[in-house]
Design a binder for this molecule. Structure first.
Ligand SMILES: NC(=O)c1ccc[n+]([C@@H]2O[C@H](COP(=O)([O-])OP(=O)(O)OC[C@H]3O[C@@H](n4cnc5c(N)ncnc54)[C@H](O)[C@@H]3O)[C@@H](O)[C@H]2O)c1
Length: 294
C-alpha cells in the first residue's frame, strides 16, 4: 500500500518530530493529541525550526508553507481512519498504549500497520489488547526524529513479517537507516546500551563524584560523545528516561538499570529536562546553566 497519509498519535517531543519528518518527505501527517495546546506548540516548534532554515537559505518561504500544509492537527482519534500508516508516540505507559491500540484497531483501515514508538514497552504486551496483534510493530525513532538516522524496527512475537517489511520500507522512504531486531526485546539495541550508560552517569552524580558539568565534560572529552550524558537525559526527558530504566530494571532485574532516586525526585519537582525548562540544566539561560540538585 502506498503511504500517502500517516497518522501520529501524541504530539510531544517524538510525535511532533515524526510528523515533521513525514511532511518533509511529502507524506501528509495527521498529528493527534489529547491536548490542543500541545498540538499548537508542536506546530509552532516545527515552524521555528523551518524559519531557521529559511534564514540560512536552505528553504524558501513557499517550501515552508507547503511542508506545514501537510501537517493537520486534531484531537480526534477517529482521524486514524484516513491513514495508510499509524504510529503511536504517547507517553511511555503500557496500560495507556494497550487501551489506545485496542481503539486504533477498531478505527484503522484493514491492513494498515499499527506502529509504536515505545522505547521499552513490550510489543506483545501492547498488542495483547487487540483481536489481531499481527499488524503491531515497534518502530523506534531517535530524538530528534528529523535528524537522527537510526530507526529500530522491533517485531513482537505475533507480528506479521509483512508489517515489519512495511515499517522498514517506510523508514527508508523517510530517509532513515533502519535496523530490525531478530526477535522481540525490551528497548531494542541502541536504547538499551545507552540506558545503562546514562544511568551510570546519574549514579556518579548522586554519589557526589562529579558535578553536572564535569560528568558531561568527562564523557564528551574522554569518550568522544557529541553531548554529555546528563544533557542527553535532559533532551530525552527525565520522566521518559526514568520510565525506560524502570521497565528495563523490572524486566531484566539487572542492577545496571536500577533507576536512581534522584530521577524520581526531579520528576516530582517538575524538572523534566529541556521540555519543562529545567532538568540537570536550567534552560531559562543561554547557555543553559548546570543545576545543583539536592
Ligand atoms: N523522548 C525521547 O527521546 C524518545 C526517544 C524515542 C522514543 N521515545 C518514546 O516515544 C514516546 C513518546 O515520548 P515523548 O518523549 O514524545 O513524550 P512526551 O511526554 O514529549 O509526549 C507525549 C505526548 O502524549 C500525549 N498523550 C498522552 N495521552 C494521550 C492520549 N490518550 N492520546 C493522545 N495523546 C496523548 C501527551 O499529551 C504528550 O503530548 C514514548 O513511548 C517514549 O518512550 C521517546
Amino acid at each position: 500500500m502506498e503511504i500517502k497519509t500517516g497518522f501520529v498519535l501524541g504530539a510531544g517531543i517524538m510525535g511532533a518530530g515524526i510528523a515533521h519528518l513525514m511532511a518533509q518527505n511529502g507524506v501528509n501527517a495527521i498529528l493527534v493529541d489529547v491536548d490542543e495546546g500541545i498540538l499548537k506548540r508542536a506546530v509552532g516548534n516545527i515552524e521555528k525550526l523551518l524559519t531557521k532554515k529559511v534564514e540560512k537559505g536552505k528553504m524558501t518561504d513557499a517550501q515552508v508553507k507547503e511542508l506545514l500544509g501537510r501537517i493537520k492537527i486534531s484531537t480526534d482519534m477517529n482521524e486514524a481512519a484516513n491513514a495508510d500508516f499509524i504510529i503511536e508516540a504517547v507517553i511511555e505507559n503500557v496500560e495507556l498504549k494497550q487501551k489506545i491500540f485496542a481503539q486504533l484497531e477498531g478505527i484503522a483501515k484493514p491492513g494498515v500497520v499499527l506502529a509504536t514508538n515505545t522505547t521499552a514497552c513490550s510489543i506483545s504486551e501492547i498488542s495483547s489488547s487487540l483481536k489481531d496483534p499481527s499488524r503491531v510493530v515497534g518502530m523506534h525513532f531517535f530524538n530528534p526524529a528529523v535528524v537522527m538516522k537510526l530507526v529500530e524496527i522491533m517485531p513482537g512475537v505475533a507480528t506479521d513479517p509483512a508489517a515489519v517489511k512495511t515499517a522498514k520500507e517506510f523508514a527508508e522512504f523517510l530517509g532513515k537507516e533502519p535496523v530490525v531486531t531478530n526477535k522481540e526485546t525490551i528497548a531494542g539495541i541502541a536504547s538499551r546500551v545507552l540506558a545503562a550508560l546514562l544511568n551510570e552517569a546519574v549514579w556518579v552524580l548522586e554519589e557526589g563524584i562529579g558535578s553536572v558539568a564535569d560528568i558531561d565534560k568527562a564523557m564528551m572529552m574522554g569518550s568522544n560523545q557529541p553531548m554529555g550524558p546528563l544533557t542527553l537525559i535532559d533532551l530525552i526527558g527525565i520522566d521518559t528516561h526514568l520510565a525506560k530504566t524502570r521497565t528495563l530494571y523490572a524486566k531484566f532485574g539487572d542492577a545496571r538499570y536500577r533507576p536512581c532516586y534522584l530521577l524520581e525526585k526531579m520528576v516530582h519537582a517538575g524538572y523534566l529536562g529541556r521540555k519543562s525548562g529545567k532538568g540537570f540544566y536550567d534552560y531559562s539561560q543561554n547557555p543553559p546553566v548546570p543545576m545543583v540538585l539536592k
